[in-house]
Design a protein around this ligand. Structure first.
Ligand SMILES: Nc1ncnc2c1ncn2[C@@H]1O[C@H](COP(=O)(O)OP(=O)(O)OP(=O)(O)O)[C@@H](O)[C@H]1O
Length: 209
């Protein structure tokens, strides 16, 4: 059972830590449905480390993470790493299908076509992913955002999602982020550029050890 009125995500005196090394201490945050939190801080502060802790990929040593009021994971957060996770030997459509399968979605051809068109990759479905530019490769990882909704994954953890994207694609992404949070989702994301749609900021520099 989740706590009905609890924020989607809450951090209480969390230590951001990689291995033996604490990077930030006492981190606090409450992120409710409808909010986009811009996670900021200088290079090496621990932004990626925090997102990995939130995704369950690195352990929490001190402090607590609550998801809908619970310290277990009642929801499946989406984690989009800045290390892309695209398999070069698969086609564009196969990579996108794999990324959606991880969230229990089996996309049909129309879903794949629409999602790839949204990121400007129409016509690339059967191309080997090894033949794409850095920005095009990133677009495959972002195409899944077109098909993921709050009932599937209410919390998006996005690590530098705008890197290598052109201005038009950043604008399209920002629209999609707002649609997702308007539908009841919440997002915490890093970016070294301003994020116009963010309505909350967490500055890890305030908590550095
Ligand atoms: N794979 C790793 N193994 C050990 N230490 C690491 C590893 N990756 C990063 N670190 C260290 O952890 C610290 C925090 O790194 P992290 O990537 O979380 O910072 P960041 O705030 O996301 O930085 P950036 O803005 O450069 O992306 C850094 O001091 C870095 O040296």
């Amino acid at each position: 059972m989740t706590e009905l009125h609890a924020p989607l995500l809450a951090l209480d005196k969390l230590t951001v830590q990689r291995g033996e090394i604490p990077l930030c201490e006492g981190v606090k945050l409450e992120l409710s449905a409808g909010h986009i939190c811009h996670l900021i801080g200088a290079n090496g502060t621990g932004k990626t480390t925090l997102l990995m802790q939130l995704a369950g990929l690195l352990p929490v040593i001190t402090g607590s993470i609550y998801y809908q009021g619970l310290q277990t994971l009642p929801i499946q957060p989406l984690y989009v790493s800045h290390q892309l996770g695209i398999h070069p030997s698969l086609t564009v459509a196969q990579n996108l299908t794999f990324l959606l399968n991880l969230y229990g979605i089996t996309p049909n051809v129309i879903d794949i076509d629409e999602a790839l068109a949204w990121v400007g990759l129409q016509g690339f479905e059967t191309i080997s992913s090894s033949h794409l530019s850095a920005g095009q490769t990133r677009r495959i990882t972002l195409a899944r955002l077109y098909l993921l909704t709050p009932p599937v994954t209410p919390l998006w953890l996005l690590d530098e999602p705008f890197t290598a994207l052109d201005v038009d694609m950043v604008a399209r992404m920002e629209t999609r982020l707002r649609e997702f949070t308007d539908a009841g989702g919440a997002i915490i994301m890093t970016s070294h550029q301003p994020v116009g749609v963010a309505n909350q900021v967490l500055d890890l520099s305030d908590y550095m050890v």
